[in-house]
Ligand binder design. Structure first.
Ligand SMILES: Nc1ncnc2c1ncn2[C@@H]1O[C@H](COP(=O)(O)OP(=O)(O)OP(=O)(O)O)[C@@H](O)[C@H]1O
Length: 238
């Protein structure tokens, strides 16, 4: 579905990512985890075609991705950020807007918006203005909007980190249910190993811009592969 080969990224004379190989198979959810500043968001931006790597290649559905990524490729991905970026219109409009841009028929737009708002437990807020939502509700709308686009790849960049613990847990559980029923191909960035083990089957551990270990979350905990990975994972073992 998506592959990166030997990706490096240097920005402002600073080496941020070194020689990263990454592949994403259809229907899987892969986790990217690492401490602050390890390069998680940078890698996600490159995989989502928001930044251009200094060297290395990207392939999307078997095709090499050109440096000037076309709109038709960009439209096949969706991103949810840490802070929900909603327009100050009604919730329904926020979810519908991307579908209107794609000129979908009105009935299909209504059905998709209603369906995804229900999936994330915010159907009852459809007519409410986005500015009146709580942080947790806003992130649910933001996720509904991304899923409604039915992207080939969904990138989630720390989607829970602005939420308090109970709100985060509720949303993480609901997202887990959605993954089970839709099999959306997803890359989840988090600095919390609990998110990764709850939602993904395979994770990459980034330390200082390098992939230091890869495997299922439970395997990584059992066999961290490297001393620095063991030290990082020790924060989550209790
Ligand atoms: N556009 C940029 N220009 C210059 N430096 C950048 C840029 N983007 C990221 N960096 C640097 O790259 C390093 C990795 O940042 P990045 O945001 O990818 O890490 P992260 O693992 O996502 O961190 P966090 O968990 O704190 O969000 C940091 O030192 C950051 O300052």
């Amino acid at each position: 579905m998506l592959e990166a080969r030997e990706i490096s990224w240097i920005k402002d004379h600073k080496a941020i990512l070194h020689n990263i190989d990454f592949h994403l198979f259809p229907g899987e959810c892969v986790g990217l985890i690492g401490p602050n500043g390890s390069g998680k968001s940078s890698l996600l931006k490159i995989l989502a075609f928001l930044e251009t790597p200094t060297s290395g290649s990207l392939y999307f559905q078997g095709q090499s991705v050109p440096r000037n990524v076309t709109l038709s490729i960009r439209r096949r991905i969706a991103i949810v950020f840490q802070e929900p970026l909603l327009l100050n219109t009604r919730v329904f409009e926020n979810v519908a807007i991307g579908l209107k841009i794609r000129s979908l028929p009105k009935g299909e737009i209504r059905d998709r918006v209603d369906f995804w708002l229900e999936q994330f437990g915010v159907g009852h807020l459809s007519k409410q203005l986005a500015r009146s939502l709580s942080g947790g509700e806003a992130q649910r709308v933001s996720l509904a909007r991304a899923f409604a686009l039915e992207p080939d790849v969904l990138f989630l960049d720390e989607p829970f980190s602005a939420l308090d613990a109970p709100t985060k847990e509720g949303l993480r559980n609901d997202l887990g249910q959605v993954f089970k029923s839709t099999k959306t191909t997803t890359v989840l960035v988090s600095h919390d190993f609990k998110d990764i083990s709850h939602l993904t089957n395979r994770a990459l551990i980034l330390l200082n811009g390098q992939v230091m270990a890869e495997g299922s979350p439970s395997e990584l905990l059992k066999e961290p592969q490297k001393e620095e990975v063991e030290r990082f994972l020790a924060h989550f073992s209790s």
